[in-house]
Design a protein around this ligand. Structure first.
Ligand SMILES: [Zn+2]
Ligand SMILES: [Zn+2]
Length: 384
């Protein structure tokens, strides 16, 4: 559990790997980690199994545990390593609270900084209007592929990639899940910043590519992720959520917290679990309300939280922990804390609070370490 409660003045330590001399490969080849010596908590994606999840879900049927494993593995496919060698001269001196901003001492210089990120959106575009949109100078002119491209969006922490000048020179590596790096795909050049927020520590990168194999592969993962979410929401979790919402209605804390009439009307609707993934409902879940709901639901410290990242810039690893049900005091945004292990290189990685994901299909970004056993997320949640 967290030894201390973060406040606006306490962000902890960022988890960018500052000097990544060698990317990829297993953590066993990394020597000198003082935070998680030997890295016993870090599980390669291909070894991840029900045995890892079971201790966090003692009452769950085997089928439910197996599905959790399947979901985590699908979402893991979206996680990327980001090498961002440039440090923008536009990085601010300090955070809003006056503490120094990461890498401020190296503005305008090059480093070997490496973090993590995850794909949040894949969109296929086609027609005459996409010709030249990729801005990569490598359009397959005069071929059928010229009229078809994919827009890929990737979320990370802003302290990993600050602005366009950093994004342009980023190298993103997808599917680096194995010790020999077989199957990995590298996307260098052409990245730009779609949106960013310093205090929420969020940055969304985007890239247009004509790579049909990659585009279709990502679309396929997206479909499998959607199918996994629907399976859960429609079967085992339908009754569970309906009951949960009924209980929430009787919870005084919730009625005090949720003053929004539209929201309480929705809560009284038995069809809520099926509305969760509907655009209408998404509009009602403002970030503030969704987090209040989250903390009300996860009041027993038992929610499994999964972090997937590239610690020390090595291959992809999964760590498990629990969400800290106490909301970080003094923070007005949507950050929260968890016990899953992280190391330098995990900044920008995918944080999945599983119950919250099942409720809202939203995830967030790993940003800071408050202590060895306490990670702090960013203040923004994205669909994934
Ligand atoms: Zn480490
Ligand atoms: Zn093009």
């Amino acid at each position: 559990m967290a030894q201390s409660t973060p406040t606006t003045r306490e962000r902890g330590t960022h988890e960018v790997e500052e000097n990544c001399a060698e990317a990829g490969g297993p953590l066993s080849s990394f020597i000198g980690c003082t935070k998680n010596r030997g890295h016993p908590q870090f599980i390669p994606v291909y070894e991840f199994s029900a045995d890892h999840v079971r201790p966090y879900m003692p009452g769950e049927q085997q089928k439910g545990v197996d599905r959790m494993v399947e979901i985590v593995k699908v979402l893991a496919e979206f996680v990327v390593r980001i090498s961002a060698p440039v440090v923008s001269d536009q990085r601010p001196d300090t955070w809003e609270d006056g503490r120094p901003y990461p890498f401020v001492d190296r503005r305008g210089r090059r480093t070997n900084k490496v973090g993590s990120g995850y794909v949040t959106c894949v969109t296929r575009l086609c027609g005459k209007s996409v010709v030249g949109i990729c801005r990569r100078g490598s359009c397959p002119r005069g071929t059928a592929e010229e009229n078809e491209c994919w827009k890929i969006q990737v979320a990370t922490a802003r302290h990993v990639v600050y602005d366009d000048s950093e994004a342009r020179e980023c190298e993103l590596v997808l599917f680096d899940d194995r010790p020999d790096g077989s199957d990995s795909v590298t996307l260098t050049g052409g990245w730009s910043v779609e949106s960013a927020d310093t205090e929420k520590d969020m940055c969304v990168l985007e890239l247009y590519t004509h790579d049909k194999v990659l585009g279709r592969r990502l679309e396929n993962i997206w479909s499998r992720r959607r199918a996994a979410l629907w399976t859960f929401s429609k079967r085992e979790f339908y009754l569970w959520w309906t009951e949960m919402f009924r209980q929430l209605l009787q919870d005084d804390r919730l009625s005090q917290l949720l003053q929004d009439d539209r929201f309480s009307q929705l809560l009284q609707d038995d069809r809520i679990p099926l509305l969760l993934f509907n655009n209408t409902f998404s509009r009602y879940i403002s970030h503030r309300l969704s987090l209040l709901l989250y903390y009300t639901v996860c009041h027993d410290d038992s929610d499994l939280t999964v972090v997937i990242s590239h610690p020390h810039g090595r291959m992809k690893y999964i760590t498990l922990g629990q969400v800290d049900s106490e909301r970080p005091s003094g923070r007005q945004d949507n950050c929260f804390t968890y016990t899953a292990a992280t190391c330098p290189g995990s900044s920008g990685g995918l944080v999945i609070p599983l119950r919250f994901w099942l409720l809202s299909a939203r995830v967030t970004t790993h940003c800071f370490s408050l202590s060895v056993n306490c990670g702090l997320s960013g203040g923004e949640h994205s669909f994934c």
